[in-house]
Design a protein around this ligand. Structure first.
Ligand code: ABU
Length: 508
């Protein structure tokens, strides 16, 4: 009968319902354990032990149609064999990008932290959902401890917070929270009858601001994008002007979103001056420090966020600079009167019973728009426990020192042009290939230079030697954005990066 073994049916007291034998479990735990053991060995050998090996490729590029033919993607009626499954795991590892490789510089995350990795293994094995103390006692306490510590680094005496699936979600939460504070009746009454709400963010802000405004029914046209200076920082005088203009037009300003660490330039808005304007006009100040928040850990670099303690909310992603593993993103809120819970709670009686036998204030799930929620704070906590604050600080200081080193090397080399002095871990530069070096900087030069970075990127990926990003930005043609994060990266990798670009582009 189907997958049942005859001995199951022959068992005394065998119970059959709708043709299904109900006696005993039907999982083959021995086979499962063997699979886990061998798959873990594969992960150890193919991912973890290779993470520092620069002779390994960063990526094994295949076009989608080719990759589809290599990977056996079809899901069939019958399960695959143990060996076939291990082969599939091997294929997945082989053709995935090794974001833990010392020469993966492509995104605002990189590298391997062994402790956060083990934390992820533990949480994957335990499969908790962080909403009530009864199902997640440890992870809720861990989240509380991590949020408390992050709040200390911001410089607040007290506060609240919640871990979210991504910085964009934290920004959406913050925008909604600011609006709730501005007009609490919105939770029950909805949008009708509201004045035209307006918020302010810099031209360099993260694209999640637009997503948030459209998702929340505020409308992207009601984001007033404030001009930035040549370094990509919001100009406070422009903000003041725009707030006054919006008021005169009869709109209702309610929020300023400043950025600490912009995505491309790594720029930090002048938070103290922006806070003065927010205070004067009674506006909620949210700081998107998803990328730059980790500078708070460094005594040397925390001045980049001078004034952050005056913010009402902060988004900070330890999965970026601190390498806590995707995803690890906190929204931190200065309010300690339960605003977060008041804004988001729906009081599901089947989860948040008020007559439980323990202190139900630990059932924090109703501070979130999510129901199921991953224990993301745990991987940051285990890593912090392992490295100590001093270890985290060393990581930040070293990444920023390597960025400075790279910038200086770029200045020395023929054909490389630094766009801005790095303020953080983003190093933005052009590579001008031999054929363009003598050309006048007119429209033809820029048109041709625009094509260079994509060609180099294609070549590096097909070779698998490294990965770094490029983009056009604010009227500038395609340039490289190098991001330095991982302590596995060294000065030699910076030199390699420049040598490799020269090598890949020598015929251009
Ligand atoms: N949240 C922005 C991440 C994009 C990047 O890694 O460049």
């Amino acid at each position: 009968v189907g997958t049942y073994k005859p001995e199951m049916l022959q068992k005394k007291n065998a119970v059959l319902v709708d043709g299904v034998v109900l006696n005993g479990p039907i999982t083959d735990s021995k086979a499962g354990e063997k699979f886990v053991e061998e798959a873990c060995k594969l992960i150890m050998e193919e991912v973890i032990q290779k993470a520092n090996d620069i002779t390994e490729k960063v990526c094994e590029w295949r076009a989608p149609e080719t990759l589809k033919t290599i990977l056996d993607l079809e899901m069939r009626d019958t399960g695959e064999s143990h060996q076939k499954l291990l082969q599939l795991c091997q294929d997945v590892i082989q053709y995935s990008v090794k974001t833990n490789h010392p020469r993966f510089f492509n995104q605002l995350y990189a590298g391997m932290d062994y402790y956060s990795l083990v934390a992820r293994f533990i949480t994957e094995a335990l499969n908790p959902s962080v909403y009530t103390y009864e199902v997640s006692p440890v992870f809720l306490l861990v989240e509380e401890a991590v949020i408390k510590k992050m709040i200390e680094f911001i410089g607040w005496k007290e506060g609240d917070g919640i871990f979210n699936p991504g910085g964009s979600v934290s920004n959406i939460y913050a925008m909604n929270l600011a609006r709730y504070k501005f007009c609490p009746e919105i939770k029950e009454k909805g949008l009708s009858g509201l004045p035209r709400l307006v918020l302010f963010a810099s031209e360099e802000c993260h694209y999640s601001m637009k997503k948030a405004a459209s998702f929340l029914g505020i409308g992207t046209e009601n984001i007033c994008f404030i001009k930035t200076d040549e370094r990509g920082k919001m100009i406070p005088e422009e903000l003041e002007k725009q707030v006054q203009r919006a008021r005169k037009e009869g709109s209702a300003p309610f929020l300023v979103c400043a950025t600490a660490g912009t995505t491309v330039l790594g720029a930090f808005d002048p938070l103290d001056k922006i806070a003065n304007i927010c205070e004067k006009h009674g506006l909620w100040l949210h700081v998107d420090a998803s990328w730059g928040g980790s500078a708070l850990i460094s005594k040397k670099h925390r001045k980049l966020l001078h004034g952050i303690h005056r913010a009402d909310s902060v988004a900070w992603n330890p999965h970026k600079m601190l390498m806590a593993g995707i995803q690890c993103c906190a929204l931190l809120v200065k309010d300690n009167s339960g605003l977060l819970k008041k804004c988001y709670s729906a009081k599901a009686a089947y989860l948040f019973q008020q007559d439980k036998f323990y202190d139900v204030s630990y059932d924090t799930g109703d501070k979130s728009i999510q129901c199921s929620r991953r224990p993301d704070a745990f991987k940051f906590w285990l890593m912090w426990k392992a490295l100590g604050t001093a270890g985290l600080e060393e990581r930040v200081n070293r990444a920023l020192a390597l960025a400075r080193y790279l910038a200086e090397e770029i200045k020395k080399r023929e054909g490389f042009q630094l766009l801005w002095e790095p303020e953080y871990a983003n190093v933005c530069f052009w590579y001008i290939p031999p054929s363009l070096r003598k050309m006048e900087e007119g429209p033809e030069f820029w048109q041709k230079l625009h094509l260079v970075a994509p060609v180099i990127k294609e070549r590096m990926m097909k070779k698998g030697s490294m990965m770094l990003g490029y983009q056009p930005h604010q009227g500038k043609v395609n340039f490289f954005r190098q991001v330095i994060i991982s302590p596995q990266v060294s000065r030699e990798d910076m030199d390699f990066l420049l040598d490799e670009i020269e090598q890949l582009a020598k015929d251009l």
